[in-house]
Design a protein around this ligand. Structure first.
Ligand code: BDR
Ligand code: CA
Length: 308
């Protein structure tokens, strides 16, 4: 079993990532940490708790940072609605988040580990950067960081992807940390499309999780259509968890990636050195190609495993 901490801001695709982690037998979800991103942190935390209820899991949820390190907070209601997870109507969660800050949980869990815990951040990197700054000894304890963010093009500005743009200073700390990073950027995640056929298969799953994901995808499809003109929505964050389960789901390339924090038009850009022009040592395992069939088979099987 692969141990992961999922750091997220649910978020439609974050929610599906949680369900995949909860429903796949090869993942041990040791904790869920939340952060401000798609919505304010109180909202993303509540959403994470609601998703856990649907998954039937009592994995602890730790609330994290409410603001980026330096910048003003920016959220994404145009894509995820005001709640951060608009669409499905769910009751208030029965439990609350654990009384330990996400950053302290990450530090504590890593320090007591045997370098067998991976971090899977699928949101702005504020919590991860804070943990690295508060306790640098965690750096040698992290097995791998498998993150969703960046790419060779943007979706929040022409140059920047949302997760990196929201807290590029935090991303800079993480990308310069020396910890092994596998990066699911937009180049990869835009291949993880919930096509009509995929949606049909999910609609046939006879449990709460299947119904919930169908409703999530319906809302997500609409906003991706209205904002970007996409026919099918990409479930970005799910790629990180899928990679942890089965690395053969994606093909990767070792490259140097640097984070732009000063550009007038390029703030939050990930400068991906695909052709090796910098001659610098690669710091990132950059995902380039997704096995769409394998990927959705994993997701659909995990949803079926959630028997509620
Ligand atoms: C990323 O931004 C968020 O809106 C999604 O949840 C995903 O993590 C995609 O750019
Ligand atoms: Ca996310």
């Amino acid at each position: 079993k692969r141990k992961i901490i999922l750091d997220c801001d649910p978020g439609h695709d974050d929610a599906i990532a949680i369900l995949l982690a909860a429903g796949n037998p090869n993942i041990e979800l040791v904790g869920i940490t939340t952060v401000a991103g798609n919505a304010e942190v109180d909202k993303t935390t509540k959403n994470a708790l609601k998703v856990c209820e649907i998954a039937g899991t009592d994995v602890p949820v730790y609330k994290g940072c409410a603001h980026p390190l330096i910048r003003r907070r920016e959220t994404a209601p145009s894509i995820h609605g005001d709640s951060g997870m608009d669409g499905p109507v769910l009751p208030e969660p029965e439990r609350t988040s654990t009384d330990v800050h996400a950053v302290d949980f990450i530090i504590q869990k890593l320090m007591e580990s045997d370098r067998d815990v991976s971090l899977v951040p699928v949101a702005p990197l504020t919590n991860i950067a804070m943990a690295m700054r508060k306790e640098p000894a965690i750096l040698s304890k992290i097995q791998e960081i498998v993150l969703m963010g960046g790419g060779t093009f943007g979706n929040w500005t022409p140059a920047a992807e949302f997760n990196i743009f929201v807290d590029a200073e935090a991303a800079k700390v993480v990308f310069e940390s020396g910890v092994p990073i596998t990066m699911m950027g937009l180049d990869l995640t835009h291949q993880a499309l919930a096509t009509a056929e995929v949606c049909r298969r999910i609609a046939q799953i006879d449990n709460h999780a299947g119904m919930f994901v169908s409703e999530l995808l319906e809302f997500f499809r609409q906003t991706y259509h209205d904002v970007f003109g996409f026919e099918h929505p990409p479930v970005h964050d799910v790629c990180g968890v899928a990679y942890c389960i089965d690395p053969s789901v994606v093909k990767t390339k070792k490259v140097r990636v640097d984070i732009e924090t000063k550009g007038e038009f390029t703030y939050g850009m990930t400068a991906v050195d695909l052709l090796g022009t910098t001659c610098r040592e690669p710091n990132v395992n950059f995902a380039v190609e997704l096995d769409h069939t394998k990927f959705w088979n994993l997701v659909i099987q995990a949803l079926k495993n959630l028997s509620k």
